[in-house]
Design a protein around this ligand. Structure first.
Ligand code: ATP
Ligand code: MG
Length: 571
């Protein structure tokens, strides 16, 4: 990475200040002013269906669809399906689902590069007829050896000056399946001495005897990305073809291919921006596939992955991802964004939306000795202090409750304001209790805390409004629902997982504690919670119901803690 400086979350002041135009918007506004392409703005998002989309793709989706929205233009979805070998229908379906979920709509403009194979073939013939392409009989190694280096010019292929007739004939035979994979290749005739390696007679069409998920066995030759991409942009009348920085050096080739076919005034323009990199995260599709195939994670939608389906399952909302994408802006140089910014975005969104509930994740029993045996009180609790419309609910309260083990300490430090011997604490929405005694098992582990409560201190209505320093949450034991809770942490221990000790690969940086599965208790209000519903478990974090939940067993995923605990850890 050029620049490994990590961008830390912005202060709320910085976040509120109105962003100025980014460099792509400046280009677009200039084009609009000049009425370039008749004032049309048309972008596209061009995924290759060889994996699931990740947060980096989400950035590109928000950018392309966002610009179209902002400038009253259009954005197409185009599958870049020119490589039949690595592409699968499962990926296409997931990509469609993910973009819709993010909240974007391509209307009737869903295209496939493979829709254009006939046209692309015609244009390849045009290249040959104009003396701009030739068939090379050499294999990939020989061609590679002749390419030279950035400082040393390449060598012309011995086949470079074949006659147009011979080239046309061989190309047709390539198409008809007369040759094996790699036996011949169609190359553009540009300049073997160009300082830009991409212009040294790049490949245009290669032979691949493989069925394609859309065109079946119709073709055994397939166009190369550089050729197919720009010409597809042209077919779709794209005005601004936005891609990531590594394609900057391909731009002269993009333009060269367009020059060979263009008629009239309309012309697409390629613009590059820095791809999104996130700390503690890998974004390469190949590496994500490796994690999935080698079962380091449960699948493409494992909540620890940066895939859109993983983030969705983890409890991220479309708004939180869109806000994040806006916030990080568009850069011209590669950088790494602190993953804490993504976590901040989901926290901020869920704070507004998530209903508050009480859940005890590491329970210890607490008995209120002076509370009537069979009595259940229903206490009024606020569903979301950030949202008046969220209303209220009733929380049951009885003699036996569970509290969080960490909310009690036998030998507390001075500033421990939770429960300890002889000390008082408030139970949320309920009463002040005082610890009188603890019962331990033979191993010295506390199995029961005994308290008394002060009936005069009921929240809101109590006659004595005594104040105590601490308030803790709980669930009534006999009303509690036992649930599975999956506590996720970052998948990698290293800010940049690609940096490893000598000879080890990125997987040596996997965090062995990235998933902890526990059983906890939640309040009965959660009984009918449905997959993907979000909640804040008070004092703990944001959680959502996992899709593996059944009527008999609720499973929650932890989306994010209430505060950034890694920032503290790293201090
Ligand atoms: P590869 O081409 O190596 O399989 P890719 O991540 O480039 O991987 P594509 O399906 O080609 O995958 O990407 C679709 C679009 O998303 C492209 O326009 C690409 O530039 C953009 N994109 C991919 N990764 C990122 C990223 N990390 N940040 C921003 N945009 C990205
Ligand atoms: Mg790509």
């Amino acid at each position: 990475m050029e620049n490994s400086k990590i961008n830390k979350p912005k202060s709320s002041e910085e976040l509120k200040s109105k962003p100025s135009l980014n460099f792509i918007e400046l280009i677009i506004e200039e084009d609009l002013k000049n009425n370039k392409n008749e004032g049309r703005i048309h972008t596209r998002f061009p995924p290759e269906p060889n994996g699931y989309l990740h947060i980096g793709h989400a950035k590109s989706i928000c950018l392309n669809f966002g610009l179209a929205q902002k400038y009253n233009g259009l954005c197409n979805l185009r599958f870049d399906d020119t490589n039949p070998v690595k592409e699968e229908v499962e990926y296409i379906d997931s990509i469609i689902e993910d973009i819709k979920w993010l909240g974007f709509d391509w209307e009737d403009r869903l295209f496939y590069a493979s829709d254009y194979f006939d046209q692309l073939y015609e244009w390849a013939i045009k290249l040959i007829k104009n003396g701009k392409a030739y068939i090379d009989d050499q294999d990939v190694e020989a061609i590679g050896e002749q390419r030279g280096t950035p400082t040393k010019p390449g060598i012309n292929s011995p086949y470079r000056n074949r006659s147009i007739e011979e080239n046309l004939d061989l190309f047709k035979r390539m198409k008809n399946g007369d040759f094996a994979d790699g036996e011949k290749i169609l190359r553009a005739k540009i300049d073997m001495a160009s300082p830009n390696m991409h212009l040294r007679d790049p490949a245009v069409y290669r032979i691949k005897h493989a069925d394609h998920h859309r065109t079946g066995s119709k073709w055994c030759i397939y166009p190369m990305y550089d050729f197919a991409h720009g010409e597809s942009d042209y077919i779709e009348k794209i005005t601004h073809s936005i891609c990531t920085l590594e394609f900057e050096v391909h731009r002269p080739l993009y333009d060269w291919f367009l020059d060979q076919i263009i008629e009239g005034n309309y012309r697409p323009r390629q613009i590059e921006f820095a791809r999104l990199n996130l700390s503690y995260t890998i974004m390469s599709k190949r590496k994500l596939l490796e994690l999935v195939e080698e079962k380091h994670v449960s699948g493409w939608d494992d909540p620890r992955l940066p895939t859109i389906s993983g983030l969705r399952r983890r409890g991220y909302t479309p708004e939180s991802i869109r806000n994040f994408s806006d916030r990080i802006g568009i850069a011209k140089r590669n950088n790494i964004i602190d993953v804490a910014m993504l976590e901040h975005s989901v926290r901020e969104d869920l704070n507004k939306k998530a209903l508050r509930r009480m859940a005890v994740l590491d329970p210890v029993k607490l008995v209120i000795t002076n509370f009537p045996e069979d009595k259940t009180e229903y206490l009024e609790a606020v569903n979301n202090p950030e949202d008046e419309n969220a209303g209220k609910r009733k929380v049951p309260f009885s003699k036996e409750i569970y509290i969080e083990r960490s909310d009690f300490m036998e030998d507390p430090p001075r500033k421990f304001f939770r429960l300890s011997h002889g000390k008082e604490v408030r139970l949320r929405y309920a009463y002040i209790i005082k610890c009188e005694n603890v019962i331990k098992n033979n191993d010295g582990e506390i199995i029961e805390i005994q308290c008394t409560y002060d009936p005069e201190t009921k929240s809101g209505t109590g006659t004595t409004q005594r104040k105590v320093k601490g308030t803790i949450h709980y669930v009534s034991a006999k009303h509690a629902i036992k649930v599975e809770v999956r506590l996720y942490d970052r998948l990698f221990i290293n800010e940049n997982p690609d940096i490893t000790e000598d000879g080890k690969d990125f997987k040596s940086n996997i965090n062995p504690d990235s998933l902890k599965v526990i059983e906890g208790f939640v309040e009965p209000e959660l009984k009918n919670a449905k997959p993907l519903e979000h909640f804040q478990f008070e004092r703990q974090g944001y959680f959502c119901v996992d899709k593996d939940s059944t009527d008999n067993r609720l499973i929650f995923n932890r989306t994010v803690l209430l505060r950034d605990s890694w920032a503290k850890k790293n201090k």
